[in-house]
Design a protein. Structure first.
Length: 680
């Protein structure tokens, strides 16, 4: 147990000490990446306890249980058992605890149920059935998608009708039914004495607003309210904070507007930008001393974020010593980019680098597809964050199942998966259809077979036959993939998933990848064997003995010694949709800033110069690279065969013999183009 007073001047830098010692009243702490914000918050709590503030008078709000546990553990390490009784946790866990205390006033019993996502989907299915919504006659939004729509609208304080008009115009004709489904869903929850996660926050806000005595009691109890990651709060969370600190006005929020990247979850950047207006007289502190990255890496981050207009200006300063500049590496195409990254990873491992200290980041999940193939071929174990590995994703498996039927109409497992996607076709009907098509030798014969689809399943079977007939006319894997995408499967994705556009982009990249393949049978064999091999590698490599592959969103808050940021292509990063949304481009730039500041010592940006196979498309580097001064980077040229040379440190040329291996053996304009790519 810690004893005696803490030496804050010795434990903290002057920026942090100022926050800890002078944190009364409304306080905004702008904590840059790697500046020790968690340390500052925990020492602030320890300081309050040393000053005689009771643990139960302190409320610490975080976004993850892990963050809350870590902070409370650190405080306990500083002050001992004196931390017990303090209120700390996520917004939802604290809200649930408060609502148990005032359940009757909120209109619930103390035993109210908290619904998880699976519970919500199940209840939504009940509501749709009660409304007699015929989801088989047309593509109606799935329960998963409806729950996502309702959640976003509530957290953004936005009418459902307005949200659909702005973000989902293809659902305009269903607005009335969707609104009714939302009403029935709310009614069922109340009748069941149940709340979903959104209800916890919204119900607590309503309670505090409509019951002044309760609001007075709680805001009197919490003398000090501290909030972590304030830039990620939504409208409801910001309202709750304001209501809970209304009496003492000792509200300290810590965040970084430059790392606000979750608008798709209804996070509101304006909460942190308008904090001084919301809390007149607020003090603002800046934590800009960075303990993570080299000066050269921070130069890129600082210069990039300066291009954003809507922000608090700050410049990160490094504690670390000078090292090499971040590198920019153009490669002929995506396969060569993947091979280059894999070769550099192997080189780093041979030099003694720990695999767990190497990460490859990307803007969207499908950008990692070629790299996943290459890592498996090179026997490099990896951990995937931000979702499933490429060939484990449902939509990729769906398309592969279509291709398997094209190659082998007797493939029962593929038939079950594909038929299960069709309207009105359940497992029993699917099995009857499979019996009917089993004698077909070619896909052209399938739709002419005598099948027992039944009246309800007729629409789904007819739609599938339309796609199968088109598949029968195609041969190349890439054409087959695009044929599936152009059929009714697109409507299925749109109705089933909130992120259907991202899934379509996944499949388009899959088609691009398939363009360099040969016949369908070999393509399916490669996919199947690669998928199995990846699963074995995942089981065989202990945690920490794998490199990390991650979307940038999932990488926030993490750091590695070496970071590759791949597929830095204009038209991919920033995401093209960002140009259509207010503030979208600036959020994409913040995402680039987050990616850059994950690296401690070494940062490598790479991008393919071309895409496509029969038709070659030239690609430009990302806008976020183009807008930065050349002097910030070391430009690396990769040539298939040439001596290693350098040009005064400004540009490095390296040998990479493997580049030519992915060029097709048959003559094509691509082969000669790739051979001369270094001249671009």
């Amino acid at each position: 147990m810690a004893t005696g007073r803490i030496d804050y001047q010795r434990a903290l830098n002057q920026e942090q000490v100022s926050v800890v010692m002078d944190g009364d009243g409304p306080v905004l702490v702008l904590a840059g990446a790697g500046s020790g914000k968690t340390r500052t918050i925990t020492y602030r709590v320890a300081y309050l306890l040393e000053q005689g503030v009771l643990p139960q008078e302190i409320l610490l709000l975080t976004f993850t249980n892990k963050a809350a546990r870590e902070m409370l553990s650190r405080v306990e390490g500083l002050v001992g058992a004196g931390v017990r009784g303090m209120w700390g946790g996520t917004f939802h866990s604290v809200a649930a605890r408060l609502l148990r205390m005032f359940a009757s006033e909120a209109g619930y019993t103390r035993a109210f149920t908290i619904l998880d996502q699976e519970d919500q989907r199940t209840l939504m299915k009940v509501c749709l059935k009660e409304l007699a919504v015929d989801t088989t006659a047309k593509r109606f939004p799935s329960p998963t998608k409806l729950c996502a729509l309702f959640s976003f609208a509530r957290n953004a304080n936005q009418p459902l009708r307005d949200l659909i008009a702005k973000r989902h115009p293809h659902l305009a004709g269903e607005v009335g039914v969707i609104e009714r489904a939302a009403e029935v869903y709310e009614l069922h929850k109340r009748q069941a004495d149940a709340m979903d996660f959104d209800d916890l926050l919204i119900t607590l806000r309503r309670l505090l607003t409509e019951q002044p005595a309760i609001q007075e009691r709680l805001s009197s109890q919490f003398r000090y309210v501290l909030v972590d990651e304030y830039q990620d709060t939504n409208v409801v969370q910001a309202d709750l904070i304001r209501l809970l600190c209304n009496v003492h006005r000792n509200i300290l929020v810590v965040g970084d507007d430059a790392q606000s990247i979750y608008s798709f979850r209804a996070a509101q950047l304006q909460n942190i930008l308008r904090f001084p207006e919301t809390y007149p007289g607020a003090k603002t502190f800046r934590l800009t001393t960075n303990y993570r990255s080299t000066p050269q890496i921070l130069n890129v981050a600082n210069e990039s974020i300066r291009n954003n207009a809507d922000q608090f200006k700050k410049t990160l300063t490094a504690v670390a010593a000078d090292q090499e500049r971040p590198q920019v590496v153009p490669l002929p195409g995506a396969p060569q980019e993947a091979r280059y990254i894999a070769s550099r990873v192997l080189e780093l491992i041979e030099q003694g680098a720990a695999m767990g200290e190497i990460a490859v980041l990307f803007r969207a999940a499908f950008h990692s597809q070629a790299l996943e193939f290459e890592l498996m071929k090179q026997n490099i174990p990896y951990e995937y964050r931000g979702g499933l590995k490429f060939f484990e994703r449902a939509h990729v498996k769906d398309v592969i199942a279509h291709l398997r039927i094209r190659a082998n109409p007797k493939d029962e497992a593929a038939w079950i998966r594909v038929l299960g996607l069709q309207q009105g076709i359940g497992l029993a009907t699917a099995q009857k259809i499979i019996v009917g098509v089993r004698k077909a030798e070619h896909l052209r014969e399938v739709c002419q077979a005598d099948v027992s689809a039944g009246k309800r399943a007729a629409t789904g079977w007819a739609s599938l036959c339309s796609t199968l007939s088109k598949l029968a006319q195609e041969e190349h894997p890439s054409d087959l993939i695009r044929t599936v995408m152009a059929g009714d499967y697109r409507s299925y994705l749109e109705a089933e998933y909130p992120d259907f556009i991202d899934r379509l982009e996944d499949l388009e990249q899959f088609a691009l990848f398939a363009e360099s393949s040969g016949d369908l049978e070999n393509f399916l064999q490669d996919v199947s064997l690669t998928d199995d091999f990846g699963a074995v590698r995942e089981r065989g490599a202990p945690q920490g003995e794998r490199i990390v592959l991650s979307t940038i969103h999932q990488a926030k808050g993490l750091e590695w010694n070496t970071v590759f940021v791949m597929h830095m292509v204009d038209g991919k990063f920033p995401n093209p949709r960002a140009f259509e949304e207010e503030g979208g481009l600036e959020e994409e730039r913040r995402l680039f800033y987050v990616a850059t500041t994950r690296a401690r010592r070494r940062l490598i940006f790479s991008y393919p110069l071309t895409s496509g196979y029969e038709t070659v498309l030239l690609q430009q580097p990302s806008l976020f690279l183009q807008e930065l001064p050349d002097a910030l980077f070391e430009r690396v040229r990769v040539k298939p065969s040439s001596p290693v040379s350098s040009n005064n440190g400004e540009e490095r040329t390296i040998v990479f013999d493997e580049l030519g291996e992915t060029v097709p053996s048959s003559p094509s304009p691509v082969r000669s183009f790739l051979r001369n790519i270094e001249d671009l």
